[in-house]
Design a protein around this ligand. Structure first.
Ligand SMILES: Cc1ncc(COP(=O)(O)O)c(C=O)c1O
Length: 472
């Protein structure tokens, strides 16, 4: 047999142990470093500069590469990271990712992921229970909120009594109703499903950016009168830009009265079902036909990891009723709970349940409550600081860890304020000590933080305001 020296090297387990120890030590040093007061959360380079760097990069070895990569990456563990809604991964969860990487069990069929399939079931059952679903409920895990929203809306479409779109294609005009503050993944899912521009009806929001229920009723009537069949109404829990929860009970009641599928996008805020203090924000969640929750947002796991939950498991079973003869025994999907590929978009799937499961079992379920309470509480603290500060203005009082605010100065008109805040945010990005983002609300430019990091303190928030004032 021919000898392949490189392959021998690649699979050598002594190398793995040595490289692994070095890598963990290096990442641990990085973690410690992120907590030092003088460190930056970000490292800003323009896209072309970054590309140029990597195009000309001389790879020497793993250690120097990781050093360089760390230097060129954004650091979510730095308490001055306050940007997008991506979790600050618990180190234990990072290590668990390593197990999935090593085992690489594909999970499409039971044989290719026995333990992970069963563990995923245990995780999904926990979420169903937390929501208040009964034994008829179940679900799956999938790669991110975007795919999860698509999966749920496909189930909604497949639950139509009048037509089997999966089998026969679409012969009716279909529509989804969602608030104008919803995450763009809903719009994208509807378009992927062939609903087009007119099939995504944006329901206006109230002054507090939650869905206006009277407007929902009117939108439904107008859409039906125009000859569209509404396949689902989507509630945001919470919406992305402002972190405001829709009135889920009111939407649920309306859906029930019209026999329409009720979907809740809880990618960010669904995790609040784990918190006694905040779960009232999700009142009515158990009425939903489907709910999605990302664990890589408010539940401390690395990306990607999302649960898609169905109130009636049969609806989730019907979504992809296509046969792949070489994979599945027969078509009795109902009985084959263990063949995950029958219910997910993915064929090969990462063993994503492990990172949540290990955190849960190691620290107890209370860890998720603590994280929500800490971060939502921090949002409130920051809002209070802004209210006290004469140079800043809140866009609205936050319900979560997402806070929208802006710098104000007497004598400046709206356009000048917009320009000023846009410039401030650009300066912050280039300065790189803090990482925050921005959003437009009712035509005005706001700075936006999502307080994802439990290590962020009031002192960091004060320093952020001080720096913004300086730049202003
Ligand atoms: C409300 C909401 N839904 C869906 C998504 C998309 O989730 P993912 O990034 O996991 O695809 C996001 C992302 O921020 C979100 O905020």
């Amino acid at each position: 047999m021919k000898y392949y020296p490189k392959l021998q090297q690649v699979y050598n387990f002594d190398n793995f142990e040595k490289q692994g120890k070095e890598l963990v030590a290096q990442l641990n040093a990085h973690l410690k470093n992120t907590q030092k007061p003088k460190t930056n959360a970000n490292h800003w380079l323009k896209p072309d500069e970054e590309l140029n760097y990597w195009q000309n990069y001389q790879f020497d070895n793993l250690t120097t590469f990781v050093d360089d990569l760390l230097q060129h990456s954004i650091h979510l563990h730095n308490p001055k990271y306050m940007g997008h809604q991506v979790s600050v991964p618990a180190p234990l969860s990072v290590l668990t990712n390593l197990i999935s990487g090593m085992l690489n069990n594909g999970m499409a069929v039971y044989e290719m992921g026995q333990a992970a399939t069963a563990i995923e079931r245990v995780v999904v059952e926990l979420f169903c229970q937390m929501i208040g679903y009964d034994d008829e409920a179940n679900g799956v895990m999938t790669s991110g909120g975007t795919l999860a929203n698509l999966t749920a809306l496909l189930a909604a479409r497949q639950s139509l009594k009048e037509q089997d779109v999966w089998q026969n294609g679409m012969n009716d005009k279909l529509a989804v109703l969602v608030s104008d503050q919803a995450h763009y993944s809903i719009d994208r899912a509807a378009r992927v499903m062939g609903l087009g521009n007119v099939g995504v009806v944006l329901v206006p929001t109230q002054d507090d950016f939650s869905m206006d229920i009277d407007a929902l009723k009117k939108s439904y009537q107008d859409t039906s009168d125009a000859g569209y069949k509404v396949i689902a109404i989507v509630g945001s829990a919470c919406s992305t830009a402002t972190g405001i929860y829709d009135d889920l009970t009111a939407i649920g009641d309306f859906c029930q009265s019209k026999d329409i599928w009720f979907h809740i996008d809880g990618a960010h805020g669904g995790a609040a079902v784990f918190s006694s203090q905040y779960k009232s924000l999700l009142k009515g969640i158990e009425m939903a036909d489907s709910v999605i929750i990302d664990t890589h947002k408010m539940m401390m796991t690395p990306a990607l990891s999302t649960v898609v939950l169905f109130k009636d498991k049969k609806t989730g079973n019907q979504t992809f009723h296509q046969k792949a003869q070489y994979l599945f025994e027969d078509n009795s999907i109902e009985e084959q709970w263990y063949n995950g590929g029958l219910r997910t978009f993915e064929c090969t799937k990462f063993m994503m349940c492990l990172k949540f499961y290990v955190l849960w079992k190691t620290y107890g379920i209370e860890i998720f409550e603590e994280n929500i309470d800490c971060l939502y509480g921090l949002g409130n603290t920051f809002a209070e600081m802004i209210i006290q500060h004469k140079d800043f203005e809140l866009a609205l009082h936050p319900q979560t860890n997402i806070v929208c605010f802006r710098y104000i100065r007497e004598g400046l008109n709206e356009q000048q304020l917009n320009e000023l805040n846009k410039t401030i945010r650009q300066k912050l990005l280039e300065d790189s000590e803090f990482y925050i983002v921005q959003t437009i609300l009712n035509g005005s430019h706001y700075l936006r933080v999502t307080l994802m990091n439990p290590m962020t303190t009031e002192a960091h928030l004060h320093n952020l305001l001080r720096k913004i004032s300086l730049f202003a």
